[in-house]
Design a protein around this ligand. Structure first.
Ligand code: GTP
Ligand code: MG
Length: 225
């Protein structure tokens, strides 16, 4: 199975500590945007969480930051309707995106936020990496493929995060992860390893924090790790 790996236990422990320290910092809401003009200025490196409605984007923001109510979540698809920006320790901007696919909202609203999301993904200079969330029970669907193709075209680096791993039996999880890894292997702009997570049980959260910490580490510090 293809999981996120590092070169050894010592290295992994070091990276996990960097992730812990980053996410122990303050995380503040800075802006919500429903049009391109309302996007906050390009300052810090930025990463965003994209994926189908209800896949668990906002829950992942909360799990990473250890704050249950920072991003609003809901059982009903279509909870996040704007691009929501958070400043993490003045080192990294996290963006919780509205979902694509089915949502319990007026069609015109869904169209508007889908268009805005696509424009943001294609044209945000500070965007370092898109984390594309895939439900462990469903695997990659047509709407996900559409976004993957858009990301490949715009040459933004993207990585897949499997969500809700707690809801899947280990064997089935393994099969879906392998299938997903094989599919993303065909995309040039995709990070080759999957992150398998559960915002409920905490599985994979430390590893993802470690990866995010590396993304915003100054180049000289990166060389030293
Ligand atoms: N069991 C389990 N449930 C989860 C997990 N992550 C999210 N959920 C649940 O899935 C539902 C949707 O979660 P959200 O975080 O609101 O999903 P979202 O992708 O932000 O949804 P939209 O904003 O509507 O696009 C909520 O009921 C969450 O409690 C997880 O890891 N495990
Ligand atoms: Mg949401």
């Amino acid at each position: 199975m293809v999981y996120y790996e590092t070169s050894g236990e010592e290295q992994l422990a070091k990276e996990i500590e960097l992730g812990r320290l980053l996410f122990a910092g303050q995380c503040d809401f800075i802006a919500s945007a429903n049009n391109m003009k309302a996007l906050p200025p390009v300052t810090l490196p930025e990463i965003c969480f994209a994926g189908r409605s209800n896949v668990g984007k906002s829950s992942l923001v909360n799990a990473l930051t250890g704050r249950r109510m920072l991003a609003r979540t809901s059982q009903t698809p279509g909870r996040t309707r704007q691009l929501i920006f958070f400043n993490l320790a003045s080192r990294l901007q996290l963006v919780d995106l509205p979902g694509y696919g089915y949502a319990s909202a007026p069609k015109a609203d869904i169209k508007a936020w889908t268009n805005l999301t696509r424009r943001y993904l294609a044209g945000r200079p500070s965007l370092q990496r898109v984390f594309l969330l895939i439900d462990s029970r469903r695997g990659i669907g047509p709407a996900d493929r559409d976004i993957m193709n858009l990301l490949d075209k715009t040459a933004i680096s993207w990585a897949v995060v499997m969500t809700k791993a707690d809801k899947q039996k280990t064997e089935t999880l393994s099969i879906i992860c392998n299938e997903t890894a094989e599919k993303i292997g065909k995309h040039v702009a995709a990070y080759p390893k999957l992150f398998v997570t559960s915002s409920e049980s905490g599985v994979g959260i430390k590893t993802l924090r470690a990866h995010l910490a590396r993304l915003c580490l100054p180049k000289e510090d990166l060389a030293a790790t």
